[in-house]
Design a protein around this ligand. Sequence first.
Ligand code: ADP
Ligand code: MG
Ligand code: ZN
Length: 574
Amino acid sequence: MKAWDVEIDIDILYQAVPQLAKVFRIIDKIGEGTFSSVYLGEAQMRDGRKEMFALKHLIPTSHPTRIAAELQCLTVAGGREHVMGVTYCFRKEDHVVIVMPYMEHQAIVDIIGSLSYEEVRLYIYHLLKALRHIHQFGIIHRDIKPNNFLYNRHSKMYALVDFGLAQGTADTQVELLKVVRQRPSQKGGGSTGKQDTTQRSKAPPRIPPKTTTTASTSLPHPPRQSTTLPPSSSSSSSTTTSSSASRKALDLTGLRKVPRPVFGERNLNSCTPAPSTTKQPVVKTELLKLGKTEDPATRRCSSASRGPLPVRTQSSSQKPQRTVLQGLTCSCYLTDRVCNICMSRKQQVAPRAGTPGFRAPEVLTKCPNQGTAIDVWSAGVILLSLLSGRYPLFKASDDLIALTQIMTIRGSRETIQAAKAFGKAVVCSRDLPRQDLRTLCETLRGRRPAPGEVTPLPEANKDSATTCHPKIQDDTPTHHPAKGPLKQPKDEASERPGSLYSALPNPQEHSGNTETARLAKPSSGTDCKVKEDERGWDRVPDEAYNLLDRLLDLNPATRITAAQALQHPLFKDL
Ligand code: ADP
Ligand code: MG
Ligand code: ZN
């Protein structure tokens, strides 16, 4: 039985785009994002076959050029090399529905606990193939994450979707991306998290279809009264089990078993340092901007206004102590305090894309020259997540928190050095050592005991708005039976002495977060290890960690490309 609200949404869609009813029986809603809703539709083909399609209904406030660019990516690069193709497009007034072959898939969060090493290797291999392909066309996807790389575990099918944030390289072959390149992305606040809500409500007024820009005139105009679809070459899927209602049920039942993200975050709205039942690492990081392409005061103050954050952005080119913005003199520059002027500033809305946890360092530091390497970084984050069995691994709603989380794994000195290479200065209050990737992944997987206690960290400055507690949790979900996330401060894991990783999820976030991994039912440690070994987790070769290291190269200039990564020894048999 379909949920009542889904029925209503389907009715609304039929009303908004009536010609859909002539072609499709819309069965269910299969995806709901901030910028679109995706439905499952069944169509009777000319030859009598029934075929399934995914109907992506874009929010009416989407910019016509943006929509056209998304479509053009699909038409230019889609339909091969594990990139989703497009079958059709319907438009009525400001409503656009992109029709794609439906690919049944499993959410990574649902299967991460049971994936074998070989499945992970193949997943990354096919993701890299898709990336190599789109990068050849000069398309930067900008939102590479498991939700946008559909995976059917049973049929071993893969498809890269969602070009809603794509941008072009300087020499892109996608004409409309040349236009999008100069335009701040409307979908700029990250595709998950609270920022989206703000973005949506602030969406610029829609340009009526009749008065669209030159570029938008190339939007495909489907016949208003189309009744049949061109025969599709896509594979058909007979199963239609994907139900949002059952998804929701899963989310709720899985909640208690939720393996928390390795990195969580504190309530960002609170300026009070987190309660420390354990000695918690305190890191204060600042990002000093070397370039002059943005307003440093805005950047800094936006972060500061959100509470205790690990990273601050500041401009080294400006005089310390005083910064002038919009006629207001700020006195907190380069200090630990946040002045009232900064407190009352609006949160920054900058053209930026992607999901914080998957953003490359050059994106997080707002480096103006971003290329295809940013997608490769995101692929690296996915590989790290899959090898360590944690999803999401980086959970940050803010770029600055995300940067600190990266430093915790890749090292602060290394990050600072890489940032210097692309013109950004990052300052970190303490030295965060680079982690050995194998040790890290095996520890998170529960294959190794957590290392001994780390060097005690400097005490938190309780008055400091920039104090933060970047942490990793050590309770491997399969080894620790479900713990109620709300009991976090008394959690045995975080109280265990000598643990390097301590958990710090925000419990509230979990209840509403559909992107949090849940693993199979807890089993005993030995049980678990045997099963893990069966899945090949005892034989992960060094090449896997070597590739991971290359994907997660902090410097985009030296980071491996997707094409090079496919030549990596890890894939020599493929
Ligand atoms: P958004 O821009 O809102 O994120 P996406 O294009 O990523 O939209 O689609 C949202 C979700 O809808 C995807 O994560 C996926 O679960 C589902 N989806 C999208 N396209 C397809 C497709 N062709 N087949 C099956 N499911 C799809
Ligand atoms: Mg998406
Ligand atoms: Zn200030």
